[in-house]
Design a protein around this ligand. Structure first.
Ligand SMILES: [Zn+2]
Length: 256
């Protein structure tokens, strides 16, 4: 019996250590909305580790903190919304135009606070954020990420229809980017993203072909990928492809 207790205690210790090792920590801070000057309470990341790159969202080429709803900040007074790091700054000369656009949005009633959505559908936060970013001439790589993040969060909060629409938009952008890119790393990443978006929007027929194409790409040193990083990047991307392929083979829902 004593031996059993020791084994159980040892297992619990390992579990606790594993949880601590994989923890990310957040802290509440107050930041100012650049549109209506309201002080907004938000959460900001305090600590994390490289383990975030092993989490299953990597199959959609999405990484913490974008996979946490706290990464999107929202002003309950004027609806201004932006990703963390972007929230506090917005060009003064465009603030009036954005204020008008945000004023036309109709949001469900919500109480101020840090609670993630507080009665406002998360999709509404993204709609408001989209108005902000549309005024800033963001490129296709940004929009591919924006819609993938939107799809991810709508899916995890139960809006599968909204998630599918967002992912279809991401897919269209990724397919355009694939035609243009010359970089071996970008091409491999785009093919993985394309495969994931095809799978998540129910167009499974081409997924294996796309993953095979992604596997065949041998990375090379180029802009954004130094010689000494090529091997690690190749191994990492091939592991992501294998992981995605495993779920697709079994017809499983992708873990998020
Ligand atoms: Zn505001």
């Amino acid at each position: 019996m004593r031996k059993l207790v020791i084994i159980v205690a040892a297992c619990a210790g390992v579990l606790f250590a594993a949880r601590a090792l994989w923890a990310t920590t957040w802290a509440e801070v107050e930041i100012q909305c650049p549109i209506c000057k309201t002080q907004v309470k938000v959460m900001e990341p305090m600590s994390f580790g490289s383990y975030i790159y092993q989490w299953p969202s990597r199959m959609q080429l999405l990484f913490w903190p974008t996979t946490d709803t706290s990464s999107l900040h929202y002003c309950f007074k004027c609806h201004y919304s932006a990703f963390m790091g972007d929230f506090e700054t917005f060009p003064t000369e465009k603030a009036g135009l954005l204020r008008t656009k945000l004023g036309k949005l109709k949001a469900p009633k919500a109480e101020p606070g840090v609670h993630k959505t507080a009665g406002v559908p998360l999709g509404f936060w993204f709609d408001a954020a989209e108005l902000r970013y549309r005024l800033l001439d963001k490129n296709d790589s940004f929009w591919s990420l924006f819609y993938r993040v939107k799809g991810y969060h709508l899916s995890t909060t139960g809006d599968e229809e909204g998630a599918k629409k967002a992912r279809q938009k991401a897919l269209g952008i990724v397919e355009q980017l694939l035609v243009l890119t010359k970089s071996s790393l970008k091409k491999k990443e785009l093919l993985v993203t394309r495969a994931a978006m095809l799978y998540l929007t129910g167009k499974s027929d081409d997924v294996f072909k796309v993953l095979k194409e992604a596997t065949a790409i041998q990375l090379q040193a180029e802009d954004g990928l130094k010689e000494d990083k090529v091997k690690n990047a190749q191994e990492y991307m091939d592991a992501v492809i294998k992981q995605l392929e495993g779920h697709v083979e079994k017809g499983e829902k992708l873990p998020q």
